[in-house]
Design a protein around this ligand. Structure first.
Ligand code: PLP
Length: 421
C-alpha cells in the first residue's frame, strides 16, 4: 500500500501541530497531486539516491571520511564495525568500563571476548590500562568518547600501531567532537555513531558507520543488509572475495534519512552553541583545590554536551550535588554503587556472569579462544568506580546565554565554598 498524504499528516501530528494548522496543511496538500514517496532506501524511483543516500554523503563529508553507511542504530553500527574489521571467535576486544553497555555487548554478539579496561580522568579509556590488558589474543580496541569528550586518541592510536590492533571509535555520544583537528570517529579504523533520540543529532533511531577503507565499507554494507540490496545487482555472484556472507538487516528508512539530513545540516551550529554555553560557565569557575574538572584531552575538540567535575570522594560529591541543587543547579552522578546503571561495567551482569544466548556458552567457551578469560567481577576496574563515584555531571544546554552561565558558575562556586570551606 502506498504511503500518501494520510501518512504525512500522521508525521505532522507527531510534531504536535494544532488541529487548525493540520486542517490548513491538509487543504494545501490536497491542492497538489504528487506521487507518494518511496520510503525504501534502495531501488525505486530514486534509484537508491534518496534521503538516506544524501544523508550518507553529508555525514561522510562532515567527518572527512571516504565512506559512510547509514544503519538503524548505534548498536547496529558497532556490530557492523566488528564485522567490517573481521573480529570474531578467538579474539579479545578491549572496551572501557564506562560506556553504554552496547559497546561491550556487541563484542560478545560477534563471538569475541570483551576485556574491560579502566577509564582515566577524562572519563574515557585509559591508554595505560589498555597497554596492561593487551595479550596475544587482542584484536581490537573500542574507544568511546563519552558525553562529547574526545578520548586520548594519540596514545590509543600509538598503542594500536605498536601492537597491530584495529581501533573502533564509538562516537555515539560525541558527534561533532574532534581531536587534534580531526573529527572523532574518523581517527580510528572505523567510527560508529548513534542517531537515537538522546544524541547530538537524531532521527528517532539510527546510526552511521564511517571508514576510509573500501573493503571494510563493503563488509559493513554486506552485514547491514543480508538481502544485498546495496549491491548494483543484488543477485550477481560475488564480485570480490569477502563481499557476500550471511548478515542481518540494519537498513535505515527514508523517513529516518530525511530527519538525519536536517540534523546533520544543523549540527555545526548546535555544537557551536554548546561550546559557547559550556565556556560561559567553565571560564567563571573558581574551584577549591580538592575539586577538579574532567580533563579535556583536546579542549578545542570537546563537543561540550556535559560539564563534569570531581569531588575528593563520593560522600563529598553527594554533599556538593546537594549544595548545587539548593542553588538551582542540578548535578547528577553515580555516587552510589547500588544504583543500577548500564553505563558502568559493574552492572554488566550479562558479561560478568557470562550469560550467553545458548547453553553452549559461546564465546566464553569457544574452542578457538586460546587465552585466559579476564577475571570478570564488579570490582575489576576500581579506578573507574572511584572516578565515577566522585564525579558530578551537569548537562549543558544550548540555550545558556552569558547571564545563565554566570548564574550557574556562581552557584557552583558558592556550593564548593560551602562544602569544602
Ligand atoms: C556510547 C554509546 N554507544 C552505543 C550506543 C548505542 O546506540 P543506539 O541506542 O543507537 O543503539 C549508545 C546509546 O546510548 C551509547 O551511548
Amino acid at each position: 500500500m502506498q504511503a500518501g498524504r494520510e501518512e504525512l499528516m500522521e508525521l505532522i501530528d507527531l510534531w504536535g501541530y494544532s488541529q487548525d494548522a493540520q486542517t490548513k496543511i491538509m487543504e494545501i496538500l490536497a491542492s497538489e497531486d504528487v506521487p507518494p514517496p518511496h520510503l525504501f532506501r534502495y531501488y525505486g524511483p530514486t534509484d537508491g539516491k534518496g534521503k538516506v543516500y544524501e544523508a550518507e554523503q553529508m555525514f561522510a563529508e562532515s567527518l572527512g571520511t571516504e565512506y559512510a553507511l547509514a544503519v538503524n542504530s548505534g548498536t547496529s553500527a558497532l556490530m557492523s564495525a566488528m564485522v567490517a574489521l573481521e573480529v570474531g571467535p578467538g579474539d579479545e576486544v578491549i572496551v572501557p568500563g564506562y560506556t553504554f553497555f552496547a559497546s561491550a555487548s556487541i563484542v560478545v554478539a560477534s563471538r569475541a571476548i570483551p576485556v574491560i579496561a579502566e577509564i582515566n580522568d577524562s572519563l574515557n579509556l585509559d591508554p595505560e590500562d589498555v597497554r596492561r590488558k593487551i595479550t596475544p589474543q587482542t584484536k581490537a580496541i573500542v574507544v568511546v568518547h563519552m558525553k562529547g569528550m574526545p578520548a586520548d586518541m594519540d596514545e590509543i592510536m600509538a598503542i594500536a600501531e605498536e601492537f597491530g590492533l584495529v581501533v573502533v571509535e564509538d562516537t555515539a555520544q560525541a558527534y561533532g567532537a574532534s581531536f587534534g583537528g580531526k573529527m572523532c570517529g574518523s581517527i580510528g579504523d572505523v567510527g560508529c555513531f548513534s542517531f537515537d533520540f538522546y544524541k547530538n543529532a537524531q532521527s528517532g533511531e539510527g546510526g552511521f558507520v564511517v571508514t576510509d577503507d573500501e573493503f571494510q565499507y563493503m563488509r559493513a554494507s554486506s552485514w547491514h543488509d543480508t538481502a544485498a540490496c546495496w549491491r548494483p545487482n543484488r543477485y550477481e555472484k560475488e564480485r570480490r572475495e569477502g563481499e557476500l556472507f550471511c548478515g542481518e538487516n540494519y537498513r535505515m528508512s527514508e523517513l529516518q534519512g530525511a530527519v538525519a539530513m536536517a540534523q546533520i545540516r544543523k549540527l555545526p551550529a548546535y555544537i557551536g552553541r554548546l561550546k559557547a554555553a559550556k565556556k560561559s560557565v567553565r571560564d567563571r569557575l573558581e574551584l577549591p583545590a580538592a575539586m577538579s574538572l574532567r580533563r579535556q584531552p583536546d579542549p578545542d575538540g570537546d563537543a561540550s554536551t556535559a560539564l563534569v567535575m570531581f569531588g575528593p570522594d563520593a560522600d563529598t560529591a553527594v554533599a556538593l550535588a546537594k549544595a548545587m541543587g539548593e542553588r538551582g543547579v542540578g548535578a547528577g552522578g553515580r555516587f552510589s554503587k547500588d544504583v543500577r546503571d548500564w553505563h558502568v561495567f559493574n552492572f554488566w551482569e550479562h558479561i560478568l556472569e557470562q550469560k550467553t544466548v545458548t547453553a553452549e556458552g559461546c564465546p566464553f567457551t569457544c574452542p578457538y579462544y586460546e587465552g585466559t578469560l579476564p577475571d570478570y567481577g564488579p570490582e575489576m576496574c576500581p579506578n573507574t568506580l572511584d572516578l565515577l563515584g566522585r564525579s558530578l555531571h551537569i548537562g549543558v544546554a544550548e540555550t545558556w546565554d552569558d547571564a545563565e552561565g554566570e548564574r550557574i558558575a556562581t552557584a557552583i562556586n558558592e556550593a564548593a565554598a560551602e562544602v569544602l570551606g
